[in-house]
Design a protein around this ligand. Structure first.
Ligand SMILES: [Zn+2]
Length: 420
């Protein structure tokens, strides 16, 4: 049945817009664009910018920039510091910075071996966090979300007490999520299928009114890594085109081109953990056999070294360094499997850099040389370009950082709703 419009329903605005209203809409859209442009420059600047330098950087007039900056200051998105220098006209330049701790993005994470909450402000500075380690394999979604909700409730209370505005929440999960929605389609190591994460989180009165989104853990960690690499100081920026591989219990991946995620048709690209290493290999959580995850995931590494489940990979490395044969063999096989899967991906994608994140960043000295040697041997382009393997530099629990950052990025992209 075709729904009939109720009398009080607004008529489609596009059909009745007058020239004046179209002009107003364009001006409003232009103002939003310029506000975002100015805020993005202030947030990304390595050192605080003055209005004069900002005007030059964004290509707007000084009065226009001043008006936009004043709005951002009134909204507590930007703060002024004490004048430091005198500009060419003899006026002191007032440095502008993102307001510390006033607006925060909250990242939540459900992982196989931990849950966590991390709040970052507009500059990406950590405001507060709570992380709890545990074993959440094959966990019941409601039970794990209840624990996550109590953690996030404590964090939101703390943020309220310091007067911070929570701009939204993004939840990181180790699986595929539906594009633009809140449903976890499939998370093999949690054994979740079609879990509506947003509906569950909205049960909390503290989160009910906030924008909530859901993202893949490796995508979010790659976002954090891309941002970190874009801000690297010291003369040059690190390469913004790379294949990101994150080693946890599962192995996630993401393709980053020009600093942006290349998500693929459905946003599900990068599932290198399920690249086949041996079709007759061990059974994987995804239902197939011999996936990379079964050779180089954290559980697989420990199992193949003959150690009890849950053994820390640092303990495994210590045993290997002490000359333990099975531990050394497990690490060597993992590095080889990782190198082969990564070389296939680089050949396919025409990339020359692999960034190893998650536990692989901590295991880089052990895994990196073998992975690099296999890439040099198997990537066709290695004849002409140097292929690189680098440890991720975005720190521990990078998915949490990326989740909080995604919320902050939305504020910077659309500041108007936060203006007073
Ligand atoms: Zn698999």
């Amino acid at each position: 049945m075709v729904p009939t419009a109720r009398r009080e329903d607004p008529v489609q605005p596009a059909l009745v817009r007058t020239r004046g209203s179209v002009r107003a809409a364009r001006q409003s859209s232009l103002r939003e664009h310029n506000l975002s442009l100015v805020l993005r420059h202030i947030v990304d600047a390595g050192t605080p910018m003055t209005r004069a330098r900002l005007a030059k950087a964004v290509g707007l007039t000084r009065p226009a920039v001043s008006d936009l900056v004043d709005r951002l200051i009134a909204a507590k998105l930007v703060v002024e510091s004490a004048p430091e220098a005198v500009d060419r006209a003899g006026r002191p330049g007032v440095p502008l910075s993102p307001a510390p701790g006033s607006f925060v993005g909250v990242g939540l994470e459900v992982a196989v071996d931990h849950i966590g909450v991390r709040a970052l402000d507009l500059s990406g500075t950590l405001v507060t966090e709570r992380i709890v380690e545990g074993d959440f394999r094959a966990s019941e979604p409601n039970a794990i979300f209840d624990r996550l909700l109590s953690l996030s409730g404590l964090v939101v209370e703390q943020l309220d007490s310091i007067g911070a505005t929570v701009a939204g929440v993004c939840v990181s999960v180790p699986g595929l999520t539906n594009p633009g929605g809140g449903v976890v389609r499939y998370a093999p190591n949690l054994v979740w299928q079609d879990v509506d994460a947003i509906a569950v989180l909205r049960r909390s009165h503290k989160l009910r009114e906030l924008p909530i989104e859901v993202g893949n853990d490796a995508d979010l960690a790659a976002r954090a890594e891309a941002r970190h690499r874009s801000r690297t100081v010291g003369g040059s920026r690190l390469d913004q085109n790379f294949l990101f591989i994150s080693g946890e219990v599962g192995i996630g991946g993401a393709i980053v081109l020009g600093g942006e995620l290349a998500g693929g048709l459905h946003g599900w690209s990068g599932e290198i953990g399920h690249a086949v290493v041996d079709p007759n290999g061990p059974q994987c959580g995804c239902g197939a056999r011999g996936c990379l995850e079964q050779y180089a995931g954290k559980d697989a590494l420990v199992r193949r070294a003959g150690l009890p489940p849950g053994t820390l990979v640092t303990h495994l490395v210590a045993r290997a360094e002490a000359g333990n044969g099975p531990a050394r063999a497990a690490l060597q096989e993992a590095a080889q499997a990782l190198g082969m899967a990564a070389s296939s991906a680089l050949n396919l994608l025409d990339l020359d850099t692999v960034v190893l994140g998650g536990a692989y960043a901590r295991l880089f000295d052990v895994l990196g040389p073998t992975v690099h040697s296999i890439l040099t041997e198997r990537v066709l382009a290695a004849r002409w370009v140097s292929v690189r393997v680098e440890p991720a530099a975005s720190g521990d629990f990078a998915s949490l950082t990326g989740a909080a950052m995604r919320v902050v990025d939305r504020v910077v992209a659309h500041p108007s709703p936060w203006l007073q």
